[in-house]
Design a protein around this ligand. Structure first.
Ligand code: HEM
Length: 444
């Protein structure tokens, strides 16, 4: 047996920055390749950074759950902090726990009853703009719709009508945010490149709008249990600063619409490629809904719709890498790993691993047949991560996924625009590199 002081195997180019270049050029390709070559625990360096890629559910569980107190978001999330401050995604320790307790009620199951109608309302607005045979970029359509839903459900604001400037600012912020991938990204912000200047300008615009939304809500004193009500109530009774409200509000807004719209975009793509799945989906929607928009009460009966969404997030998990940094040295498998090591786990790699999923490259919603409520072996399927830092918005995301698919697929068929290239852009999230050009047709 090997001694515990030995580091795991991995690529060792003469100049370790070559790993960084390969990672930045094609992060998923790079991770896939070293995973195939070196197995379940891979070690490599990128300049001064020591990185571990874990490719087995047992090891992933160690980092996200069993030994989670030894891990922080740390360096990999520096860049996100620049935009989001100390919000739920980026904060650590006791502070994170306290904020999480304050915000949790906005995602309680009982709030879903108020969110579902907002979701279908925005789906309806989108469909009302479509004409038979029209070409749309489904990614942009899903982003627009999901920002609308996030604005309405979290802040009770109609972004389309009252805050179109949010969308403009978001474009510029995400523009830079998207181009940077994990390590060294923070240095980009220290150099006054045109993209950096645009980023800071857009960030200040976004701040201006969010502070305005906060001010207006405070004036009208509306308390409807949504996110902003909870934050303002906490401020009145406790010690939350305006800056903290801004950080939490922006974090939830961005995390809320971005991932969900990507998950939906990939789902439309998959449906367009699998006519049998589409037919089965239509059959369920016609039977359960009979021509009306879905409500929260329909959710349990839209079983196949949920299976389609689950299977789409298996093949295209919007967050394809989850990163942590070790505070102290730790043991994983037969290895003793030094402190400060960055650990990467990839839902994408595990979801495509034939040891845990049969025919992993095939889109087959029936993989979920015997899993009512979409239970799954944890750490073999984890699009929302697992453990104490898993996604706070996952019930919301499931609901939005199912409500939107059910609303739209009931009335519309989607078809890819011929020859539109579909490739994955490995940015912060798993995005279609060239958008998703589709034609929409009314169902007869
Ligand atoms: C399909 C949609 C979604 C996916 C795939 C997704 C996935 C994830 C994943 C993988 C994480 C862990 C990230 C990490 O550890 O670095 C996460 C965290 C988080 N997500 Fe989501 N998410 C989705 C939708 C949402 C929605 C709708 C919201 C809010 C409305 C949300 C809010 C958050 C927040 C605040 C965190 C940080 C939680 C913490 O660290 O305590 N997400 N999400």
């Amino acid at each position: 047996m090997k001694g515990k002081s030995k580091l795991p195997p991995g690529p060792k180019p003469k100049i370790s920055l070559i790993n960084l270049v390969r990672f930045r050029r094609n992060s998923l390709g790079f991770l896939k390749q070293i995973y195939q070559e070196y197995g379940d625990i891979v070690h490599f360096k990128m300049g001064p950074l020591r990185i571990l890629l874990l490719n087995h559910p047992d090891y992933i569980k160690e980092v996200l759950s069993t030994q989670q107190s030894n891990f922080v978001k740390g360096r990999p999330l520096e860049m996100a902090k620049e935009l989001l401050g100390e919000g739920l995604l980026t904060s650590e320790g006791e502070f994170h726990k306290r904020q999480s307790r304050i915000i949790q009620p906005a995602f309680h199951r009982k709030m879903m009853g108020t969110y579902a109608p907002a979701m279908t309302e925005y789906a309806l607005r989108l469909m009302n703009k479509w004409e038979d045979g029209m070409s749309v970029d489904m990614m942009q359509e899903m982003i627009k719709m999901s920002t609308g839903i996030a604005g309405k459900t979290m802040f009770n604001v109609d972004i389309e009508e009252k805050a179109p400037e949010i969308n403009q600012a978001l474009d510029a912020v995400m523009g830079l945010f998207d181009r940077v991938s994990v390590p060294f990204a923070e240095y980009l912000l220290k150099i006054p490149l045109p993209g950096t200047i645009r980023f800071f300008r857009a960030k200040s615009k976004l701040d201006h709008t969010i502070y305005k939304v906060i001010r207006e809500r405070r004036e009208i004193k509306l308390n409807n249990g949504d996110l902003l009500s909870l934050l303002l109530k906490e401020q009145e009774e406790g010690e939350m600063s305006d800056r903290q409200i801004r950080d939490e509000a922006l974090t939830l807004f961005l995390t809320g619409f971005d991932t969900t719209s990507l998950a939906l975009t990939w789902t439309w793509y998959l449906i367009s490629q699998h006519s049998q799945v589409e037919a089965e989906l239509h059959e369920e929607l016609d039977r359960v809904l009979q021509g009306r928009l879905p409500t929260l009460e329909d959710y349990p009966n839209l079983k196949f719709t949920r299976m389609v969404f689950a299977e789409s997030m298996r093949l295209y998990p919007p967050i394809y890498i989850i990163a942590r940094q070790a505070v102290e040295a730790f043991t994983i498998g037969e290895y003793e790993v030094p402190k400060k090591t960055i650990v990467l786990v990839s839902p994408y790699l595990i979801h495509h691993d034939s040891r845990f999923h049969s025919n992993p490259e095939v889109f087959n919603p029936h993989n979920w047949d015997d899993r009512p409520g979409i239970q799954h072996p944890r750490y073999e399927y984890f699009p929302f991560s697992e453990g104490p830092r898993s996604c706070i918005g996952q019930h919301y995301a499931w609901l939005e996924g199912v409500m939107i698919l059910a609303s739209i697929a009931q009335f519309w068929k989607v078809k890819m625009v011929p020859d539109h290239p579909v490739e994955i852009a490995q940015l912060l999230n798993l995005r279609p590199k060239y958008g998703m050009k589709m034609e929409v047709y009314r169902r007869q």
